[in-house]
Every structure is written in structure tokens, then in C-alpha cells.
Design a protein around this ligand. Sequence first.
Ligand code: HEM
Length: 219
Amino acid sequence: MRIFSSTIGQKVIMAVTGLMMVGFVLGHMAGNLLIFAGQDALNAYAEFLQHGTHGLVWAVRGGLLAALALHIWSSVKLTRINSAARKTSYQHKLKVQKTSYAAITLRYGGFMLFCFIIYHLAHFTFGTGIEGFEKAEVYGNVIRGFTVPWVSGIYIIAMLALGMHLYHGVWSGLQTLGLNNPRYNALRKALSTLLAAAVVLGNCLIPIAVLTKLLELPS
Ligand code: HEM
């Protein structure tokens, strides 16, 4: 199929799968922020996702996994196309170099985020490194996890990387999906900045609140 072989096709796949993951990141963050509503609110929400969605959660997981795989695959293909173009023409080289700052940030940041997701699943889904981890006690797991300062540090650094990735990714994804008129530059900049800032702030609030003891295990 042409969409899988052309550069623009790859970019569209990248943008659409990226948007799907942005949806997840926002939903996941909103759910996690329930921690500020207390132990019962967060645990009831986690319990609902696990057992109250009649398997829908597995469909969402499958969709997200497919989106992540396609996103990585198209980034590898686009990198190959770009480096092949760089070897063939000097004029092209100038064009490629112009976009290389954002492209490099996206590539390395993306790899960092992939490593973070593996670490994050091992940590909060399987309980690696959390003493007294209990699958259904999400509130306690998050507080126990973030009480370790270097662990919170890893999350805060990862959230900054996520913010950079979202900023550049949303900016270029919206361009791919049609907002490519320079007239929309200010709108694209505002949307990508707002989204990146909201995700960094919203997610960092949790480890910071645990480290400053604003959130604690119930006595
Ligand atoms: C401070 C920020 C975050 C906190 C406190 C947090 C918390 C959690 C917790 C507690 C779980 C396990 C839920 C359960 O097993 O019931 C989880 C799962 C997960 N988190 Fe996060 N998370 C954060 C940020 C992120 C980010 C930024 C991403 C993606 C880039 C992410 C991706 C995931 C995924 C994919 C799962 C597995 C979901 C599933 O089992 O279906 N998380 N998170």
C-alpha cells in the first residue's frame, strides 16, 4: 500500500499514532491526578479500569501497542529516508539540516521515552522495586514508589523529555495533518506549548507532592 511506502504516508502514520498516544497520556494523567482526591477515589478508578470495563481495557491496550509499534516503525523508516537523501544531494542536505534540531530531539527523546515506558511498567504495573506492592492498592504503590528520591527524579526527567517530545511532535504532527499554512503557526505553537506544559506540570505534581509529604500513606 502506498501509505506504507511514501514519505508523506509515513508522516501521516506517525502523526495519527502520535495523536492516539497523546489521548492516552492525557487520560492517564487525568486518572492519576485522582490521587489528590484520596486513596478511595484513585483505587476505585483503577479497579473500574481493571474489572468494570468488560474487556474494553484490553482493546485499548491492543490499540495503543499497535500505535506505539507503528510510531516507532515509521520513525525508523523516515530516519532512513532522510539519511539516504542526505547522501544524494547537497541541496537536500541543506534542507534536512534545517529541521535536524527538532528531528534529533524527537528521535533521542523518543528512545528515552520508550525506555521509560518499560521501566514504568516494571515499576507500577509489576511492582519491581516497590516494597509492599499490592496490585489493587494503586494509591499506596504510587506513594511508596515516589518516596524514593532517585525514582521520583527519574520520573521528573522523563516527564521533561515527554514535554519536549510532545512539543516538537504535536507541532510537526499538526503540520502533517493539514495545519501547514504559515498562518496557523501561532495556533500550532500555542497548542503544542499548552499540551506539553500541561502534561509536564500535571504529571510532575505527583512525585513532587510525595517528596514534599503533601501526599502520604494513611496512618
Ligand atoms: C507521574 C506520572 C505517572 C504516574 C503516577 C503513573 C502511574 C501509573 C500506575 C499506578 C500504573 C499502573 C496501574 C495499574 O496497574 O492499575 C500505570 C500504568 C501505565 N502507565 Fe503510567 N503513570 C505516569 C505517567 C505515565 C506516562 C507519561 C506514560 C506514557 C508515556 C504512562 C504509561 C503507562 C502505561 C502504558 C501503563 C499500563 C496501562 C495498562 O496496564 O493498561 N504512564 N501508570
